[in-house]
Design a protein around this ligand. Structure first.
Ligand code: PNS
Length: 168
């Protein structure tokens, strides 16, 4: 009997961007199930609550039937064990991501040697994209509607209403 393989794609997703969606789509094409898991970290100040981030991710990934959205707190490897998964998916944008990601992957391997981190390289058009940049650009009146799904754009407008004279 064929064994089903599931992977976990963790992150802050504050909020989910088109770059994250691209990685989730590619992971969904490789694995039977992908759990996109939003980190609940009370120490890190987030723009959106975990429930909001989950709702935005669910909406943005609803076209992927084998992707589910969840959240976790504490150690990522504990969440993987709970999900009976041995694969962490992370997206790589540029060389600048590498050092942090390498450290994270090695730390997780130290904690749980049976778990593997797999990197999916983004597409060139998303290589500059981050949740942080989206929030910053939006708050200074820049156009971000091509960087995030419509549900995220709507929530950004609700959360950070801009003066009328500023785009978008
Ligand atoms: O989207 P992000 O903020 O780059 O995601 C980082 C994340 C959530 C993958 C990472 O911070 C994480 O796994 N945190 C959980 C705590 C943990 O397991 N730490 C041990 C590895 S350093």
């Amino acid at each position: 009997m064929k064994r089903s393989i599931n992977a976990v794609y963790p992150g802050s997703f504050d909020p989910i961007t088109n770059g994250h969606i691209y990685i989730a789509e590619r992971a969904a094409a490789l694995f039977d199930e992908v759990v996109v898991s939003v980190l609940l970290n009370p120490q890190k100040k987030a723009a959106f609550s975990v429930e909001e981030r989950k709702a935005m991710a669910r909406e943005a990934l609803s076209h992927l039937p084998n992707v589910k959205v969840d959240s976790f707190s504490g150690l990522l490897v504990d969440f993987l064990r709970q999900e009976q998964s041995r694969i962490i998916i992370r997206g790589l944008r540029a060389l600048s991501d590498f050092e942090y990601e390498f450290q994270l992957a090695l730390m997780n391997r130290q904690l749980a040697p049976e778990i593997e981190t797999l990197f999916i390289v983004t597409e060139a058009r998303y290589s500059y994209l981050s949740s942080h940049a989206v929030k910053e650009i939006y708050q200074f009146g820049g156009a971000v509607h091509e960087m995030v799904p419509p549900g995220v754009f709507r929530r950004l407008r609700e959360r950070f209403p801009l003066p009328r004279n500023i785009l978008p």
